[in-house]
Design a protein around this ligand. Structure first.
Ligand SMILES: [Fe+2]
Length: 510
């Protein structure tokens, strides 16, 4: 706990961080230095595959979840980096409840201290706390992949439910996460349920703004820990890169297809293991969970992954028939179709008809996915359609879905929009939580290879002319999607940029 006489830490300007919060201060300095020194990376950073081998790994959650240690395009973690991480991790974990004097002060200080290195915003949210903003979050924002239709509720047609988070314990001084927002047929929010006190709140209630804050923060934390870190990073991207590097020879056409989609994945997942997910690591400090609570939330994301493609997920959620009333579906389906066509056309060059299923390396790759993740529900590989479906699902997840769950800079600049911890009666993140969240966000702005780009050097020498033609068609389709999204955005209540290919990375690398 801090006192009002705490001096201001000199390197953070006028941000009133406690001088005893060394972890936030040092982390902030390290992340800012890295961001300022970062040299943008383009497709040329994606190297030619070098070898097929069993990879050395770190155990994230033994025995079933581990991440490879060395990226083909990366570098080993140095002794001094290891020492820094160890020292940071061993600093005391303390929660400081110092408040901002106002939301305006918070936003002004964030801009002054971090404005030049924070990722540029893709959507300018004109409102962040209004009822209308809740609808936008659900239908074209951070909640869209969790939006589902309900048929047995007289008031509500749609929900975004994070109430399951109440199962995970938090540290003293905080309330448990867990809330559900209900929307009517016109997409208006009609009520919010908060799980920690088992209470339903309505717009006329005095508790309405606090309940919405609880939902927004639960949504942000649940998506970040379970969906982003657990499902997309530690499960899907990790599974893809591990099976691909361990089972497919460097010149194999299927490995070459996947190469741009696994760039930097080992590096970023290793860094998440070292920096983000350990006890007293960044995530443990940034969020209010006890360590056990955080691990359980993370594992909820890992264990809940099933083989369900983007179109199938929309159908299963009852969200497949709203047209552009639901921009998440319109743009996501368009991106999915392009990726599926690319996978289909590319595989047809090397494996006409169903011959891919007889390829020994592809069969090993498939079996590795099945062995490493039985929850995925893969059936034995029998047809080329199975391979196209699964490959497209993985490729879509590490590009489009990673953007949906991980591109959060639009939200974290405003501590009234989303927070990382919930304190009773509050609707604004505290100073420490704000800085911790900004620290996490800074790293997401490092420029990595984008999905539109010249990856011709990664294509195999075998049948290269045909592969080049297919690749060219794929790139032109992505460029057309940019135009389509921009055009659709002109008629939308607010622009939606999550699946705009100009903003999509080619892989999970941040
Ligand atoms: Fe990420």
């Amino acid at each position: 706990m801090s006192s009002i006489t705490d001096p201001v830490f000199p390197t953070q300007g006028d941000i009133p961080l406690s001088p005893f919060d060394l972890h936030s201060q040092i982390s902030s300095a390290l992340f800012c230095d890295e961001a300022r020194a970062w040299e943008p990376r383009g497709p040329e950073a994606v190297g030619i595959p070098k070898q097929m081998a069993t990879l050395e790994k770190y155990a994230v959650a033994a025995p079933f979840l581990s991440v490879p240690a060395l990226d083909e395009d990366g570098k080993k973690i140095t002794f001094s980096e290891q020492a820094t991480h160890w020292a940071l991790q061993n600093l005391p974990l303390s929660d400081d409840d110092k408040r901002w004097s106002s939301r305006g002060e918070a936003m002004e200080q964030i801009e002054i201290q971090y404005g030049e290195i924070l990722p540029e915003t893709h959507v300018q949210w004109q409102e962040t706390t209004s009822d209308r903003a809740m609808s936008l979050m659900a239908f074209q924002g951070l909640g869209s992949h969790r939006l589902e239709r309900v048929d047995d509720d007289p008031e509500a047609t749609y929900i975004v439910d994070l109430s399951w988070m109440v199962a995970f314990p938090v540290r003293e001084g905080f309330e448990r996460y867990g809330a559900c927002a209900f929307f009517d047929d016109n997409r208006q929010i009609v009520r919010v349920y908060t799980a920690h006190n088992d209470t339903t709140h309505y717009p006329s209630d005095a508790s309405w703004e606090t309940a919405k804050w609880c939902w927004r923060t639960s949504l942000f934390v649940g998506v970040t820990i379970a969906d982003h870190l657990g499902s997309v990073h530690y499960l899907t991207s990790n599974l893809l890169v591990t099976a691909t590097r361990e089972q497919l020879p460097p010149e194999h056409p299927f490995r070459r297809l996947l190469t741009p989609f696994i760039y930097g994945t080992v590096d970023v997942n290793r860094d998440a293991y070292v920096l983000l997910s350990p006890k007293q690591g960044l995530a443990h400090r940034t969020f209010a969970f006890t360590y056990d609570g955080m691990v359980r939330c993370l594992l909820k994301g890992v264990e809940s992954v099933r083989l369900q493609t983007f179109p199938e997920a929309l159908v299963n959620a009852g969200m497949d028939s709203l047209g552009d009333e639901f921009p998440y579906a319109t743009d996501g389906l368009a991106l999915y179709d392009i990726l599926e066509q690319y996978v289909r056309d590319y595989l047809a060059i090397y494996y006409p008809d169903d011959t891919a299923v007889a390829d020994p390396a592809i069969r090993r790759w498939w079996l590795a996915l099945t062995q490493q993740c039985p929850n995925l529900g893969l059936k034995p590989l029998q047809t080329a359609e199975q391979l196209i479906r699964v490959t497209t699902h993985f490729v879509f997840t590490v590009t489009g879905m990673h953007s949906q769950v991980g591109d959060v800079a639009d939200y974290t600049r405003d501590p009234a929009f989303v927070g990382s911890k919930i304190r009773a009666g509050q609707t604004l993140g505290d100073v420490q939580a704000t800085v911790q969240l900004v620290n996490l966000t800074v790293t997401t702005g490092l420029i990595q290879p984008t999905i539109i780009g010249d990856y011709r050097h990664t294509l195999p020498s075998q049948n290269k002319d045909q592969a080049l033609r297919v690749f060219e068609v794929y790139q032109r389709a992505l460029e057309q999607l940019v135009h389509d999204v921009n055009r659709r955005n002109l008629n939308r209540e607010q622009p939606f940029q999550t699946f705009n290919p100009t903003l999509l990375d080619s892989s999970v690398s941040i």
